[in-house]
Design a binder for this molecule. Structure first.
Ligand code: NAG
Ligand code: NAG
Ligand code: NAG
Ligand code: NAG
Length: 867
């Protein structure tokens, strides 16, 4: 700021504090229009929408840029300012006895002209000298303007040096809120900061993921574009392209932008640029038939149908735009209606406006002001033309934005001047009350009052500038609908940053028309969204919005669409077939209902019945030699224990319970130990009987029932000991096993400490080994009915069953483990049963003739073996 001040001081060529006549720099004659008054309000406005750069000849002083493209919509802002001034001048309450006047300068969208205009306003001379105010006796209160940020910015820099008030009616650049850099800049439109939030929310509301952006090619567009882009990307969407556009672009540059838009798959394009810059681009889009894009325009894009051609209208059909909230201006329409070049000659550009409105030309040059470029009109204007019907479309009065904000700016000045001149105390101004007279007021005093004085327009709504010099933000969301060649601007919603998060944006979606290509909200995405059951997989080197959908892997699911990850289900659940939700795992156990269970139960029944029958036969024939010869008592014990072996299989089938789990392995171990130990006892008895053939043998005294009883007793007591320890230390319990098989839960008995299970099994294995070895040694002992051979064979069967059981047991899961164990029990028991008892039954039932004493007494020992 100091730098600018120094330059200004140097330029203004101060001698003894006053400009030396003739020493001022050669500038341009200012083309400002002034309506005199006690207080003056300066206006730097866009009236013409474009300019022509004069050719530099270097032979004469460069001329000021000339303007072209007078545009009624922009001119309307000037009329708004004048309307407010008229209103205030007529008002008995506001600034009584003081007339407001104004000074107007047309910037024609040119930065150079805007700065020049501002300087000339400040100094009040035709050839401006900064810091000198030559408006006397009128006081230049402050400046209203500019419409666009890019033009307001340089003015704000210069005026801030002089602490000269400036109120913009259209500049939304958020950087201008920085009061350290721009202390004298105020505005009646909200800063972009809220607009960016609004745009981002709008985009996520409609679920657009893949967007293009068009921004104006200057600092303002650059900055704003970056902020909007950051907002879009933060909300998870992606910007496919960000193209720049400017009024001054050549056709080739414009075609390049069209190429980019045409090549892209985006359906939605964010437009952050004053409307004049995109005019040519829209026409080019129409000519190249690049349609089917929906534009979202930021507040810097003024929706001014009159500026655009019919072609551009068609391209803009369906556009959603934000415009700063606009209030009512009662009486403005009548004011416009009454405009006439003869009666309203105190207003600038009246003649030009008339020519434009009626496509005619005034016969004399003198009446027109401004544009040096004359439209070649067929007719001459007469002044008898009437605005009539065309008034509302000519002035586009259905959207008064910016005009209303210019109108408000005048009221802001009026209210603060009123307060200042009336010596009103305004809260926050502590210094001696500055009750100025018109001649002694300084710009910084006005600025202070401006910042603190509440102001209101005719409608009564009260505004105050906040600390940043902005007024509270609020936007209307508009929709462009081109129906039957009419440009309709329909209000479809609101954005209110003060509201709660979910109410900030309200949209009536049913009121929106999306243009002729879309019947409802267009989809704009790089990739189609992923169904539940799939996850996104980013494509290498492309934005995050471009992805492939890959199905979730086994055991994982994604229950929402567009999930970036698949998730594991809880332990007791499992993904369904679609992998889009978790379903409870199937509980598995060996039940009585299923075929396998039924088969096993049937086998158990058959075998136990068979055992029972054999027992019955044995008891029936208990006095016959074949039974007596083979140790009757042991046979009964063995048969009964085998029967229990079969029956204990039933404990393994069915839903596990604490009871069945406790009983299962314990019963099995004990009952099995009894069987094997009976077999062992049998073998021992065979050997003893043989060794004791000699009547004098000392072994004969062992031939009684003592040994078998002790063997069986001892073995079962040992096994019972192991089992008791098992029950005490870590008893088996029922458990839901969710880990071992992924899609099922196995309802099983946890055996508690494995050590005990292996001890019990090992003990039985040891018994079986001993029986086998003993029986093997005795197999060739002579004798008509040597049981040792049968026992050897049965132990072989028994061992092979249990040896093959081990790998089968370890390799199966769930109910099959149980089934394998049952099968092993059945097979080994059946092996014992058949090997040891079937031959005897055969003799008993089929060959009773062999069942006589002679056959068995050839071996004399047999009588001692039998009981
Ligand atoms: C305005 O002027 C009239 C007549 O000159 C005078 O009577 C009135 O008091 C003035 N009002 C103010 C507020 O100065
Ligand atoms: C939304 O727009 C439709 C169509 O314009 C209109 O009928 C309806 O009343 C509007 N709803 C609201 C809540 O404004
Ligand atoms: C604009 O879009 C509407 C539908 O949204 C359609 O009816 C109308 O014909 C379109 N206008 C033009 C000029 O394409
Ligand atoms: C999706 O699953 C998660 C847990 O995996 C759960 O918290 C969430 O509620 C589920 N959502 C839906 C829509 O089912």
């Amino acid at each position: 700021m100091r730098r600018i001040l120094q330059v200004l001081v140097l330029l203004s060529c101060l001698g003894d504090g006053h400009p030396v006549p003739g020493c001022s720099l050669q500038g341009w004659e200012s083309e400002s229009f002034t309506q005199p008054g006690d207080l003056l309000i300066g206006g730097v406005f866009v009236v013409h929408s474009g300019f022509v750069n004069p050719e530099l000849t270097f032979q004469e002083r460069p001329r000021l840029l000339s303007c072209e493209g007078f545009h009624v919509r922009y001119y309307r802002d000037v009329l708004g300012l004048m309307f407010a001034i008229d209103e205030i001048n007529k008002s008995p309450d506001l600034l009584p006895n003081i007339t407001l006047g104004f000074s107007l300068f047309d910037s024609c969208m040119s930065e150079l002209r805007a700065i020049w205009g501002a300087l000339s306003m400040v100094s009040g001379t035709r050839s401006p000298v900064p810091r000198y105010n030559c408006h006397s006796p009128s006081l230049m209160v402050g400046i209203v303007g500019e419409l666009v940020s890019a033009l307001s910015l340089p003015i704000a820099r210069i005026l801030s040096v002089l602490h000269f008030p400036q109120i913009s009616h259209g500049a939304t650049l958020s950087a201008l809120s920085n009061k350290k850099v721009f202390p004298s800049f105020l505005r009646t439109v909200p800063s972009n900061m809220f607009q960016n939030i609004a745009l981002t929310q709008l985009i996520s509301r409609f679920g657009w993921m893949w967007l293009g952006m068009l921004v104006v090619d200057n600092d303002v567009g650059e900055q704003g574009g970056q902020v909007i882009r950051a907002g879009i990307e933060k909300s998870g969407s992606c910007v496919a392209f960000l193209e720049k556009i400017h009024l001054s672009y050549s056709m080739r540059q414009i075609q390049r932008v069209v190429d980019v838009i045409e090549a892209s798959s985006v359906k939605v394009i964010v437009l952050h640029s004053p409307e004049v810059h995109v005019k040519a681009l829209l026409d080019a889009l129409y000519d190249r038939e690049v349609t089917g894009k929906v534009f979202i325009s930021s507040a810097s894009f003024g929706i001014t149908p009159g500026l655009f051609s019919k072609k551009a209208w068609s391209v803009l059909n369906g556009t959603i735009g934000l415009i700063p909230k606009t209030g009512k201006m009662p009486g403005f329409e009548e004011f416009l209606y009454r405009l006439h070049p003869f009666d309203s000659s105190k207003y600038p550009f009246m003649g030009l406006f008339w020519e434009k409105a009626f496509s005619c030309q005034w016969p004399t040059e003198g009446k027109t002001q401004g544009s040096p470029i004359q439209v070649t009109a067929q007719e001459l204007c007469t002044g008898n033309e009437t605005l009539g019907e065309m008034m509302s479309s000519l002035f586009e009065i259905n959207d008064l934005s910016y005009t209303y904000h210019a109108y408000l700016a005048v009221y802001a000045y009026a209210h603060s001047m009123h307060a200042l001149l009336e010596c009103q105390t305004v809260r926050g101004l502590l210094q001696n009350r500055t009750c100025g007279t018109v001649n002694s007021i300084q710009p910084w005093q006005i600025l202070q009052y401006l910042k603190k004085t509440p102001f209101r327009a005719k409608t009564g709504e009260v505004f105050t500038f906040n600390a940043d010099g902005d007024i509270p933000a609020s936007y209307d969301i508009m929709n462009i609908q081109i129906l039957d060649d009419h440009f309709n601007l329909v209000n479809v919603g609101r954005f209110d940053p003060e509201a709660r998060q979910e109410d900030k944006i309200t949209i009536n979606q049913s009121a929106i028309l999306w243009g002729d290509r879309f019947s409802h909200v267009p989809l704009s995405a790089c990739s189609n969204s992923c169904q539940p059951g799939y996850r996104r997989s980013a494509r290498r080197g492309e934005p995050i919005c471009c992805f492939d959908c890959v199905p979730c892997s086994t055991g994982e699911m994604a229950n929402q669409s567009d999930s970036s990850e698949c998730y594991k289900c809880p332990d007791n659940q499992w993904p369904n077939e679609m992998r889009d939700s978790c379903v409870p795992k199937v509980i598995e156990f060996l039940s009585y209902q299923e075929p396998l269970g039924i088969i096993l139960v049937t086998m158990v029944t058959i075998f136990s019945c068979l055992t029972f029958c054999i027992l019955f036969i044995f008891i029936k024939h208990r006095e016959t030699p074949v039974i007596k010869a083979t140790n009757r008592e042991l046979s009964y014990v063995l048969l009964v224990s085998l029967m229990f072996c079969f029956l204990c299989c039933l404990l393994f089938i069915g839903r596990p319970s604490t009871f069945s789990c406790l009983l299962r392995q314990i019963c099995f171990s004990i009952v099995f130990s009894i069987s094997i130990s009976s077999v062992l006892a049998k073998t021992i008895m065979v050997i003893l009987a043989f060794k004791a053939t000699n009547p004098n043998s000392p072994l004969r005294k062992w031939l009684g029932p003592k040994i078998p009883r002790n063997v069986v007793g001892l073995c079962s007591v040992m096994q019972t000991g192991i089992c008791s320890a098992w029950l005490l230390v870590s008893p088996p319990f029922p458990r839901m096993n969710t880990e071992s098989v992924s899609h099922k839960m196995i309802f099983e008995c946890d055996e508690g400490h494995n050590l005990f299970f292996y001890m019990a099994m090992g003990f039985m294995g040891l018994l079986a080994m001993v029986s086998f070895v003993v029986a093997f040694l005795a197999r060739n002992l002579p004798g008509n009915f040597n049981e040792a051979k049968l026992i050897t064979f049965s132990m072989l069967v028994f061992s092979s069953v249990w040896v093959s059981f081990i790998p089968a047991y370890l390799s199966t899961r769930g109910k099959y483990t149980v089934a394998v164990q049952i099968f092993a029990i059945l097979a080994s028991s059946a092996g014992l049963l058949s090997c040891i008892f079937i031959p005897k039954c055969y003799i008993l039932l089929a060959r009773p003739e062999r069942n006589n004493r002679e056959k068995f007494t050839s071996n004399r020992t047999s009588r001692h073996i039998g009981q």
